[in-house]
Structure formats: structure tokens, C-alpha cells
Design a protein around this ligand. Structure first.
Ligand code: ADP
Ligand code: ADP
Length: 229
């Protein structure tokens, strides 16, 4: 499992406005770092830079010590799975949506891959599970069910790094807790970057940084940050 390091990263979408002001943090291999902060702080920008939708103007981003600017795009993307807040599913079965991106694999192979990636707990309660032919269509699923499908689809590819970009923020808190607990159960040892805006949702993260105007304003465990509130 790789580590992820931001080393004095400077970035702005436009030359006249800097979003990240020399941002540094590390996600040790196999741990979970949560990034919280107000809307507009630059949280999603971090995810976009890690995926190289953009490149920083200063500093470096490293995966396992290697500058991602020197990693081939396809190799980089195979390493990182992102789960966004608003997943758009195909209006097809749950099975089709989960298996999307695994063209050529048989249902048995998909199911085996799902076992290997330990994602069955995400799917067992969904209508018709892996069956690509029958079951509820994507657009009819609830918000929580959609996010379960999105997470299952991402984890099925077994990426060593997972980025949750407000993946559960839009859900009611019971559904959110339910999904996070399942995530915690299945992703032991995965390197995870969890972007959130509620402190309550990231209680299980190993470490939390609070981002404010593109800088780390506080860092600590959940308990330490609550004490400062
Ligand atoms: P957060 O995820 O913390 O809410 P973002 O990383 O999405 O914040 O955005 C940080 C800042 O960058 C915001 O002020 C936002 O308006 C600006 N921004 C985001 N995307 C773009 C873009 N594509 N072009 C210009 N500015 C952007
Ligand atoms: P342990 O200390 O037992 O390894 P962690 O708190 O590190 O437990 O969590 C284990 C896994 O659960 C992490 O690798 C991560 O993938 C996942 N995880 C933990 N907290 C969250 C969270 N808030 N959001 C998403 N995934 C999480």
C-alpha cells in the first residue's frame, strides 16, 4: 500500500488567485487521512491534483515517494479510485453499474473480484446484486444505494488509494454512518483520503487536517480537534 504526500503544493486555477498556498501533508501507507474545512477551502482541488486533472505550479505530489508528474497517466489512474458525492449511474441494473469498467469479465469473475476486494457487504442488500440482467435500474435507487454501488464499483478495481470526495455528505446521517462503518470493515490497510465537511463523519480517520484558505489550520485526531472547538 502506497503513501501519499503533498509537499509545499502551490496551485491556482487562474494566475491571479492562489487556491493552495504551499500545502503539505502526508497520508501514511494504509492509513486514513480526513480533510475537513469550509466550502471553497480547496478540498476537492486536492483530489483533482492527485488525479492530475491539473498540475501544481509549485511543490510536488508524491505517491510512495515518486513524483506523480513522472508517472504515466494510465498507471496513476489505475492506482487511485475516486468516489464522488453525486454519482451518476447508468439507467441499467445494479450489476451492470458495478461491473462497468470490467468489460469482458464474466459474472463469475466479477463475483470473484468482489470477494477479493471484500466488497460483498456493500452489495448484499442491493436489489439483485451482481446480476447484470435483472433488478432495479440505477435511476430508481435511493441516494444511499447509489453511493453503495459507486463505492463497490470503485473498490472492485482494488485501487491501493481511495479518495472519497464528500462521498456520503449528501446522505442522511444514519445512512452515512452505515456506509462508513461498512467501508471501515472492508478497507483495512487501504490508503484513504476522505474529504468531508462535517467533523462527525470522519471520527474513524487516523488523522484529520482542517483546511482553511488552502492552508492547514489545524491537525490532529478527532478527539483533539473536538477539544479545540
Ligand atoms: P472545496 O472542495 O473545499 O469546497 P474547491 O477545491 O472545490 O473547494 O474550490 C476551491 C476554490 O477554487 C473555490 O473558491 C472555487 O470557487 C475555486 N475553483 C474550483 N474549481 C475551479 C475552476 N475549475 N476554475 C476556477 N476556480 C475554481
Ligand atoms: P484501523 O486503525 O483499525 O486500521 P482505521 O480507522 O484506520 O482502522 O480504518 C480502517 C479503514 O477504514 C481505513 O483504511 C479506511 O479505508 C477506512 N476508513 C476509516 N475511516 C473512514 C472514513 N471516515 N471514511 C472512509 N473510510 C474510512
Amino acid at each position: 500500500r502506497p503513501s501519499v504526500t503533498f509537499d509545499k503544493v502551490v496551485f491556482g486555477y487562474d494566475a491571479d488567485r492562489t487556491i493552495l498556498q504551499g500545502l503539505s501533508f502526508e497520508v501514511p501507507a494504509g492509513s486514513t487521512l480526513a480533510i475537513v474545512g469550509p466550502s471553497g477551502a480547496g478540498k476537492s482541488t486536492i483530489a483533482r491534483l492527485l488525479f492530475r486533472f491539473y498540475d501544481p505550479q509549485g511543490g510536488r505530489i508524491l505517491i510512495d515517494g515518486q513524483d506523480i508528474a513522472r508517472v504515466r497517466q494510465d498507471s496513476l489512474r489505475a492506482h487511485i479510485g475516486i468516489v464522488p458525492q453525486d454519482t451518476v449511474l447508468f439507467n441499467d441494473t445494479v450489476g451492470y453499474n458495478i461491473a462497468y469498467g470490467q468489460e469482458g469479465a464474466t459474472p463469475d469473475q466479477i463475483e470473484q473480484a468482489a470477494r477479493d476486494a471484500a466488497i460483498l457487504p456493500f452489495i448484499e442488500r442491493l436489489p439483485a446484486g451482481f446480476d447484470t440482467e435483472v433488478g432495479e435500474r440505477g435511476l430508481k435507487l435511493s441516494g444511499g444505494e447509489k453511493q453503495r454501488v459507486a463505492i463497490a464499483r470503485t473498490l472492485l478495481k482494488n485501487p491501493p488509494i481511495v479518495v472519497l470526495d464528500e462521498a456520503t455528505s449528501a446522505l442522511d446521517s444514519r445512512t452515512e454512518q452505515d456506509i462508513l462503518q461498512t467501508l471501515q470493515r472492508v478497507s483495512q490497510g487501504r490508503t484513504t483520503l476522505a474529504i468531508a465537511h462535517r467533523l462527525s463523519t470522519i471520527a474513524s480517520a487516523d488523522r484529520i487536517i482542517v483546511l482553511d484558505h488552502g492552508r492547514v489550520s489545524e491537525t490532529g485526531s478527532h478527539e483533539e480537534l473536538l477539544r479545540h472547538d
